[in-house]
Design a protein. Sequence first.
Lengths: 84, 551
Amino acid sequence: MNHVLNITANNTPAVVERLLQVTRYRGYELAGLQLAPRADSRSLNITLTVSGDKPIHLLTSQLHKLYDIQQLELVSAELAVLSA
Amino acid sequence: MKGAELVLQVLQQHGVETIFGYPGGAIMPIYDALYQSTVKHYLCRHEQGGAFSAIGFARASGKVGVCMATSGPGATNLITSLADAMLDSVPVVAITGQVPQAVMGSDAFQEIDVLGLSLAVTKHSFMVRSVEELEATLNQAFAIAKSGRPGPVLVDIPKDVQLAEIDYQPLASHTQKAVSVPTSLANAAKARALIAAAKKPMAYIGGGVHMAGAMPQLQQFLADNPMPSVTTLKAMGSVAKDNTHYMGMLGMHGTQAANLAVQQCDLLICLGARFDDRVTGNLQKFAPHAKVIHVDIDPAEINKVRFADAALLGDMKQILPAISASTNCDEWLAHCATLKQQHGWRYDHPGERIYAPLMLKQLSERMPDNSVVCCDVGQHQMWVAQHMRFSSPRNHLSSGGLGTMGFGLPAAIGAKLARPQDTVITVSGDGSFMMNVQELATIKRFRLPVKIVIVDNQRLGMVKQWQQLFFNERYSETDLSDNPDFVALAAAFAIPGHCITRKDEVEGALEAMFTWPGPYLLHVCIDDKDNVWPLVPPGAANEDMMTEAKA
């Protein structure tokens, strides 16, 4: 099942590696990645699509801990279930 | 001033007086600044040892530990220790030199991508690109290392940044504000209701309690809500010694009473612990009748491996009083007391040879109050957890999550420097001891009165035990019977020592070790057939413990 995450992150050199490292280590596959600097170039807008059989909260809770992640929003269908 | 001098200024502002490290080309400017600094540097003999000393310092004191290394091999040698700090949530700041930015990315001499290597083993890591950002980065590193769930932070500083000039005025007062931990008590009422309704409550205590500074709140909680308690390896010493309902460590080598009671309880109150696989055994069969209250500072631990009926996130000091409810479980307390009585340790070991559990019990009874015991990894580590008692988790330093052999000796160096007034003892095995044996040179150089007890079965004992039980007695590469003469080895570092082989020698040998004013090595030879019991075999539920009689 694919999950789409909208992420705002500090535009630091290793931030994308950090996202991908956590995604791989926690057992999810990368299914898509888009990123663009915001107007001030200090932040990045990232859309990360991952697939995996495990509940997605196991990934989002770990990604939230990354120091360079400012905001993380799950935009797939599971959102309603998670926030309930 | 130069960036290198600024580094030491900022360290001092954070109260750092002790650092562990090893110099090299890319960190020479910082070592040059150190030459005239009041910060005391302790030269390790391998960067892994230096970083373990920083961990020992941090764990024994509650402060941030600091270590330094040069680029390339210096930095890669830190990796194992950073991983250890990561898995045991230890606040450490590691500073590495890096080749000058002009040659970065060119495979320069002693250049390696340390930032890339750090991703899996640190809470966060920085590469400093200019001297102007150096102060703020170091401040952030300290803040991250000790905030929330603590952990290691690495700061990689290229040589040109260390050499760059900056006009720097230290702020008059730079005391760090204590950051309040966001705490949600939204589920406190639910937790209180669960506790009030429970007939068989059980407190499952992890390292997060003492790291939150919540030891007094824990004792109060257990006094106000009498219930049995168990601890993880990292939390040994959390429950006051006079608490009669404490049942010991749970898990793979936990006490039978602790494991049986946890399997039978109807409410498990998990405080600053994470349902590690060495704790739960077969997860599906772990505490099968229990509802769970989970209190932690790290949201990612909630529902990670075990569903929590009520979860509370944040500051343990605030949460424990908020979930206090009156328990009424006298029958359960009596039942648990019976379990403890039925499954007490036995020390009636036949023969003349030294029985490690008994020797460690004698050591525990004889060591001065508030002694710090630093373990390595393996059979001796589990015997220490089973047979020694501690008055605080800061007195029992054991590599839990990563299970890193070679931890004990350097960790003891750090502990001794953090708490010079307290006795510090390394209990190691003949396998583990050799993994950072070079740190004997650090003990020699600084005349550190660390007591070293080597429990020697001439085997890589824990692996041998598993080979015996689960691999048809095929003892692949676990025979260490050609060990060096450990007493002679210590003598080469001007450390006196003594070797014992018989039970009746133990008391006198311990007396001699504690009476000697300096470092001392006690080599304790034991039978290679002695194993660690009980043991929950892989895949089994925690009530299915193997004992010596059954094996």
